[in-house]
Design a binder for this molecule. Structure first.
Ligand code: ZN
Length: 133
């Protein structure tokens, strides 16, 4: 009996073809991204007030909330490299994982449902963030 897993068999090919950013749980990707953007926790980008416990789930899901101290409206993306991003958190997560594995830009674009130009833009953005930190 052969215990080796065949490379390129129909199951792995099918899984690769079906793989997309939509396969992932949104809440897991959002929590990962919020942690990347705010390792010290949620705070108002204007006055620095901590996000109250009663609003933390809304903040973690990148919903907009109003600061209890200064009244500014913000989300977890406000004032970060995700501000104004056209990609959803699950797309950013998959993009980052596949870039770390040196996957071809065209394959990444297919997996996240974006253009190759977009993938290259984010690859450069991540490299810049890495240089800054
Ligand atoms: Zn504030």
């Amino acid at each position: 009996m052969n215990n080796q897993v065949a490379v390129g068999n129909t199951i792995t090919d099918s899984a690769r073809a079906a793989f997309a950013a939509d396969c992932l749980r949104r809440d897991v990707c959002l929590a990962w991204l919020a942690g990347q953007l705010h390792p010290a926790g949620g705070r108002c980008p204007e006055c620095g007030a901590a996000v109250p416990d009663r609003q933390i789930n809304r903040w973690r899901s990148f919903g907009r909330l109003e600061c209890c101290e200064c009244g500014r409206w913000f989300s977890a993306a406000s004032g970060t490299w995700m501000a104004g991003a056209k990609l959803a958190p699950n797309q950013v997560f998959v993009l980052a994982v596949l870039l770390s594995m040196d996957v071809d830009v065209a394959l990444i674009a297919s997996a996240i449902g974006a253009s190759e130009v977009t993938v290259r833009f984010w690859r450069d953005k991540f490299m810049t963030l890495q240089e800054v930190s």
